[in-house]
Unconditional design. Structure first.
Length: 225
């Protein structure tokens, strides 16, 4: 599967989000938007009105990661607004299968995320309902945290499970992804990578995206031989 680089605007300048998105538009595949409600995670970011405004201002696909309580109620609206991907946390959902189906009906890819402490076995019975599985490599809630390499075994578990069932699932990693860690993630089986500070913390975010892509593609190519 193709490498997907999704810069996280959590690390961008919130006073000029459209401009920050434009800085990576030519290089990025998706723009990753973290929605936090200060309940599921101890942080409060943005919600549907800001996402809707972004959708009208950018051409790049929006990849929404909902770190919120009651996603069964709130997640479909992000798909209806036009988000290309909507990912919710299995730990917060009442009916992950039904929610995946609702998101797809609304035109979005359905993503299921799990926190570092949640085993892959919690989602393997329903993985076939998802378009994407997101493995958190930090505790969700804040950007700039240290990468948790012990989570990579879960990436491999998901990729191996998908291959064993012939499922074309995107395996995404989020948290501490940088030039120093992206090759490990790719070798473990990820093909979609969320990077915040590693992109927006540089002088040239577009060049940072291109470098991350090159590193991931090279790592995947090495694994194929």
């Amino acid at each position: 599967m193709a490498v997907i680089i999704a810069p996280s605007i959590l690390s961008a300048n919130f006073s000029r989000l459209a401009d920050e998105c434009a800085r990576v538009a030519e290089a990025a595949d998706w723009l990753h938007v973290d929605v936090m409600d200060n309940h599921f995670v101890p942080n409060l970011t943005i919600g549907l009105p800001v996402v809707a405004d972004l959708l009208s201002a950018v051409q790049t696909d929006i990849d929404c990661h909902l770190m919120i309580n009651d996603p069964d109620r709130w997640a479909p609206a992000y798909a209806e607004a036009g988000a290309a991907s909507v990912t919710f946390h299995h730990e917060a959902a009442r009916d992950s299968v039904g929610l995946c189906r609702a998101l797809r009906r609304s035109g979005a890819r359905a993503g299921i995320a799990i926190k570092p402490g949640t085993p892959v076995s919690a989602i393997t019975p329903i993985a076939h309902e998802a378009d994407m599985i997101l493995i958190m490599t930090v505790e969700p809630g804040f950007g700039g945290q240290a990468f948790m390499s012990e989570c990579l075994r879960k990436v491999t578990e998901v990729r191996d499970f998908a291959r064993s069932r012939d499922l074309r699932i995107i395996v995404q990693v989020d948290g501490g992804v940088s030039a120093a860690t992206i090759e490990q993630c790719a070798q473990a089986g990820a093909n979609a990578f969320v990077a915040g500070a590693a992109v927006y913390g540089t002088d040239d975010p577009a060049a940072a995206v291109q470098n991350l892509r090159s590193l991931a593609e090279s790592a995947i190519a090495r694994c194929a031989h």
